[in-house]
Design a protein around this ligand. Structure first.
Ligand code: ARG
Length: 401
């Protein structure tokens, strides 16, 4: 029985998504497979991928250039939210998924497909992000996920593909599973599955090791307007150019690596290695500028409630949930004065914030100074502390043995 007539398949050019093409047609009776590869600045030629899809049996092979949209509509909102999942992962892979879901749905509507498909297995987060995103954007489109049902090992998938003329990977395939885009690389599997094993240097591609990083520090100033990075060292840059340049500078100094155990949506703990130099620098710098320009109430509420929720929502595939729009409204309100410049020192694996300035700075030297001549009324503190500490004092007196 046919599962669908015409399918748009999210395509990476790898073994799994290539095998999906004959599998959908032979096993699931799909008549036409259209593939869609998204260019998200992964720095890979997509021409050969396009050809490969056709060789594997696709009727049409689409490439979507979405790098700018990725940075402006996905990375920048995450930076405004200081988004770090479990306080560490800047969501470089997770942010790409709702955009790919949108591209799939748009292509399905344009080409009159009744289904979309992806190559995710049943164990990961990406299937959650794709499926929830697709359903939110068009609940009438079917979702097919062959790798969730076929039960083939990688070797079995390779030999299945060979039956249909899909060549096995030429070089001895890497034991790692890698996802890459302009915002970073995610690396898992192989020897990394032992959480006690140190990642070998070869897994990294965007960051130098600390040993190879320059012996001289480099100072860089990043300017933000309303929470969005717009210039490096005073030079205005387009969103994509800016992220590319920060990636180069930070990566060159060995900054941007993460090695963590994270909690996946499906309940599995997983060991992940990430490289996300620019995103980590930009979140750090943005957060610092907020500390200068937002009041303490807004800072504490945003950090403790909104930023944390926003990070989880991205990770958990809820990008198209109305909660996201509601939090965006809050965040954008807070960003009206998050404009200014942050100075960063890159040196031997570190990106240290060493200075910040803003026309909207709430820092008042008159109030903060340790020098004698200030305008703060020291005597007023006594009455404040009497009332502030009252409930603690009442409790302490009651509990004195
Ligand atoms: N665990 C990360 C996330 O959920 C990355 C998964 C990326 N996939 C990979 N093949 N390494 O966003």
């Amino acid at each position: 029985m046919s599962r669908a007539n015409k399918v748009v398949l999210a395509y990476s050019g790898g073994v799994d998504t290539s095998v999906c093409i004959p599998y959908l047609m032979k096993e699931w009776g799909v008549k036409e497979v259209i593939t869609l590869a998204a260019d998200l600045g992964q720095g890979e030629e997509l021409g050969p991928i396009q050809e490969k899809a056709l060789k594997c049996g696709a009727v049409e092979s689409l490439v979507a250039d979405a790098t700018e949209e990725f940075v402006v509509n996905y990375a920048f909102p995450a930076i405004k939210a200081n988004a770090l999942y479990e306080n560490r992962y800047p969501l470089s892979t997770a942010l790409a998924r709702p955009l790919i879901a949108k591209l799939l749905v748009e292509a399905a509507e344009k080409y009159g497909a009744d289904a979309v498909a992806h190559g995710c297995t049943g164990k990961g987060n990406d299937q959650v992000r794709f499926d929830v995103g697709i359903t939110a954007l068009n609940p009438n489109i079917k979702i097919l996920a062959p790798a969730r049902e076929w039960g083939m090992s990688r070797e079995e998938a390779i030999s299945y593909g060979e039956k249909f003329g899909i060549e096995a990977p030429v070089k001895k395939s890497s034991p790692f599973s890698i996802d890459r885009n302009l915002l970073g690389r995610s690396i898992e599997a192989g020897p990394l599955e032992d959480p006690m094993t140190e990642p070998p240097e070869e897994v990294y591609a965007l960051t130098k090791s600390v040993a190879d990083a320059p012996n001289e520090p480099e100072y860089v100033e990043i300017t933000f307007e309303k929470g969005i990075p717009v210039a490096i060292n005073g030079e205005g840059l387009s969103p994509v150019a800016l992220v590319t340049k920060v990636n180069e500078i930070a990566g060159n100094h060995g900054f941007g690596r993460i090695d963590m155990i994270e909690n996946r949506v499906v309940g599995i703990k997983s060991r992940e290695i990430y490289e996300a130099p620019a995103l980590l620098v930009l979140v750090k710098a943005h957060e610092d500028l907020e500390s200068l320009t937002l009041t303490s109430d807004v800072t504490h509420y945003k950090r403790g409630h909104v930023d944390e929720m926003y990070s989880r929502l991205i990770y958990e595939g809820l990008w198209y949930n109305p909660l996201k729009d509601a939090l965006d409204a809050f965040i954008n309100e807070t960003q009206k004065r998050v404009s200014g410049t942050v100075r960063i020192k890159f040196f031997k694996g570190n990106a240290t914030i060493v200075g910040r300035r803003s026309d909207y700075s709430l820092y008042s030297p008159d109030l903060s100074t340790y020098g004698g001549d200030d305008k703060f009324d020291h005597k007023a503190a006594e009455g404040f502390i009497y009332i502030w500490g009252l409930s603690t004092r009442v409790w302490a007196e009651k509990n004195r043995s």
